[in-house]
Design a protein around this ligand. Structure first.
Ligand SMILES: [Mg+2]
Length: 419
């Protein structure tokens, strides 16, 4: 009975943070909203509000109707990150964390005796206690323990709030049969439609499906076999091909060796890199911007680079904003007195800490989702009508710089149309 993974899912994380910080909210129905506007939607609700039918995505006006007396709190992302760090520290007191999936989800690997049910249960209790101690007594979580991360997450989902569920491979598939297909992480409405197309309407049918059928449904033998083995409780190693980075760099042509020229080309590279990231189906968690500057009279050039973490994303506006921010930190700027002026010669950007889209959690913030929609529109138009029919304002006049051949040398499976 190998219980190899322990999965932690914080319950109503944003709402719980608010109730932790503001004791007067603790016995009230609370929902978190991205901005103080009637037109927005809830991004989180506490269990008291959920009992009235308020969910993530419920518009404010509807939440008021469903749950009279509901209290709205504008999201304080910085605060939630601090609480996230406390939760991480608490879990790490008990067990090393293997993967942080999102701001409120993480997984640990169990080894040796920890895989025995009594020991695994005791560890889960210790984790809960450590979270209460370090993050606060309002910070409940549901813990699932299972033979692989997928089944451990499903186990965590089975009891909310404040659950603790063990799911051994001997209980599979029986313990899963009451679930919906969309309860499986990675099966969204679109995949559910596809499963139905292949005659799979229930979890029982899903668990019986052959690896061949699943491969056809997922359009990939690798993914099909992976699902087949995960559903049987096997510990399937993570996606074997894990891309480390997407990067672009470009030597500036002489007319663009100015601050504005370099910035424009950089924006162009970021645009390309973001489109590339979406094309290959990944999200990034960090970004760096670099430039080399022509040096002194001896011709030594100087390299400057700065990196930042970004909330998991793959959209052009978010990455452009981060790049612009990083660019502003460059040490040499034209026309700034008191600093030595250096001429930009080459610019580059690297997107790193990549995770496959199916294991990334999309942002719950309106602004970020708007960025997503803009990016999808950019890709659609550019794929259909050719490279860079649509581009961001910062790139104006830079469309023809940084030609495709640059990317060819760096990314072997480069697709001409995503440029
Ligand atoms: Mg959660």
């Amino acid at each position: 009975m190998p219980l190899r993974y322990l999965f932690i899912d914080m319950n109503s994380f944003f709402a719980a943070c608010e109730q932790q910080d503001k004791p007067h909210l603790r016995n009230k129905p609370v929902a978190v909203i991205p901005t103080d506007a009637e037109t927005t939607s809830c991004i989180a609700a506490c269990y008291r509000a959920k009992a009235f039918g308020v969910r993530t995505g419920t518009p404010v006006w509807e939440a008021r109707r469903l749950c009279p007396g509901i209290v709205f709190q504008v999201a304080d992302h910085k605060r939630y990150v601090i609480m996230h760090n406390r939760v991480v520290a608490a879990v790490q007191r008990v067990l090393p964390i293997e993967t942080i999936m999102s701001i409120d989800e993480m997984a640990c690997r169990l080894t040796g005796d920890e895989r025995q049910p009594p020991c695994a249960t005791a560890i889960a209790r210790q984790i809960k206690d450590a979270i209460y101690t370090l993050a606060g007594d309002q910070m409940h979580c549901s813990i699932g323990i299972g033979p692989n991360p997928l089944l451990a997450k499903i186990a965590a989902d089975m009891q909310k709030p404040n659950g603790l569920t063990l799911l051994a491979d001997t209980e599979i598939p029986e313990a899963l049969l009451h679930l919906q297909l969309t309860d499986f992480p990675g099966v969204g409405p679109r995949m559910e439609r596809r499963l139905k197309l292949y005659g799979i309407f229930t979890v029982a049918q899903f668990c019986r499906a052959s690896a061949k059928t699943l491969s056809e449904i997922w359009g990939s033998q690798k993914l099909g076999e992976r699902w087949y083995r995960l559903l049987r409780g096997e510990d399937v190693p993570d996606t074997p091909i894990r891309r480390q980075t997407v990067s672009h760099s470009h030597v500036l042509p002489p007319p663009l060796r100015t601050d504005d020229g370099a910035f424009g080309v950089l924006m162009r590279l970021v645009h390309k890199a973001a489109a590339r990231l979406r094309k290959i189906g990944y999200w990034c968690g960090a970004m760096s911007v670099g430039a080399s500057f022509l040096g002194n009279e001896y011709g030594d050039s100087v390299w400057w680079e700065e990196q930042a973490r970004v909330p998991r994303c793959h959209d052009t506006p978010a990455l452009v904003a981060t790049a612009a921010h990083l660019w502003n930190r460059r040490p040499w700027k034209a026309g700034v007195s008191g600093t030595e002026h250096r001429v930009p010669f080459k610019v580059s950007t690297v997107l790193s800490d990549l995770v496959p889209a199916h294991s990334a959690t999309p942002s719950l913030f309106d602004d970020d989702r708007r960025g997503e929609h803009i990016s999808v529109a950019l890709d659609t138009v550019n794929n259909q009508f050719g490279t860079n029919v649509l581009y961001l304002g910062a790139m104006f006049g830079m469309r023809d710089t940084a030609p495709t051949r640059i990317a060819f040398t760096q990314i072997p499976d480069f697709d001409r149309r995503v440029n």
